[in-house]
Design a protein around this ligand. Structure first.
Ligand code: 15L
Length: 297
């Protein structure tokens, strides 16, 4: 059972919360959450509501109706005018929207590459101060599982999806260097209710730690343009977040309590399989996607 959300540190004999909880007084007048109908969006939407006077939830898929303190907006990310309207009036954004798995290039180009550019352009026009960008561990998926890397390691994307997230991180960097819009790029591992396989014992990010990560990224006093891996305090780890300590993310969950069950389900690993060798797992073996056959594998 993990402690309540917020960042807690030991000081002397007692524990003190040192960063704001999502249910502290609203930090933002209007906060935009894109991808609000997706798996992580549905988790975060109720958890982020109290951070803003108004939470604007957006997606292209059907969204649960707006509750008190919410607005709901439908906007395809590749539609610049729709994105402009979606961003107007917000001061910060949590950008989860877009394609979230590996696949043919065309939909990823639209939603993740054109989409992230549309979002930052709209943010520039409307004076948004900070964006929390859901990047992915697949930006560095071609590092081996016996390597520990940090956010400064050169990108090694493992597919179209990883490439699109690498582009998004570069957009975030450019809009900070050129226009001063702060970003935290979250290289999210595997955020699910529990780890599904042995790889996820290293990559798992609990939903409570996801909330801690997003709240810390939104509320840290100064973030510039930061990159951080989104991962719980797992015993097996491939990612060193020391360089992003200023974000103030302290994960409190661990995949270790699931280890025995996961290893029993998956007793043998085929070490000649690239999906076992590389951090990106199954993503590294997907494709090629044949354009001449409607881009199906
Ligand atoms: C991701 O970036 C995906 O969005 C998610 O579906 C998982 O597959 C995750 O990576 C992962 O690497 O496990």
């Amino acid at each position: 059972m993990s402690p309540p959300i917020g960042i807690w540190e030991h000081r002397g004999m007692s524990e003190v919360e040192v960063t704001p909880r999502a249910d502290a007084a609203p930090r933002f007048d209007r906060l935009l959450l894109t991808g609000a109908a997706g798996g992580l969006g549905r988790e975060l939407r109720p958890r982020l509501r109290k951070l803003a006077r108004c939470l604007r939830a957006s997606d292209i898929a059907t969204l649960a109706p707006a509750e008190s303190g919410e607005e709901v907006v439908v906007a395809p990310l590749q539609d610049a005018a729709a994105v402009d309207a979606m961003v107007a009036g917000v001061s910060a954004i949590v950008h989860l929207g877009g394609v979230s798995t590996e696949g043919p290039f065309a939909p990823i180009l639209d939603a993740n590459i054109v989409g992230v550019w549309n979002l930052y352009e709209a943010a520039r026009k409307h004076g948004v101060v900070r964006i929390v960008f859901a990047s992915s561990n697949h930006v560095t998926g071609f590092y081996r599982q016996d390597e520990v890397i940090d956010p400064a390691a050169p990108m090694r994307p493992d597919g179209h999806y990883g490439l699109s997230k690498a582009f998004g991180e570069n957009v975030a960097r450019f809009y900070f260097d050129r226009y001063g819009i702060e970003s935290v790029c979250l290289r999210i591992g595997s955020s699910f209710p529990e780890p599904k396989d042995r790889r996820m014992l290293a990559t798992w990010l609990s939903y409570d730690d996801l909330e801690r990560l997003v709240v810390a990224s939104l509320t840290a006093p100064v973030v510039g343009c930061s990159v951080i891996y989104g991962v719980s305090a797992n015993t097996t780890t491939w990612w060193d977040n020391t360089s992003a300590s200023h974000v103030g993310f302290r994960p409190l969950d661990s995949s270790e309590r699931f280890r025995a069950a996961v290893e029993a389900r998956q007793p043998v690993l085929d070490r000649s399989n690239p999906a076992v060798l590389f951090q990106g797992g199954g993503f590294v073996t997907q494709g090629p996607f044949d354009r001449s056959r409607q881009e199906t594998p």
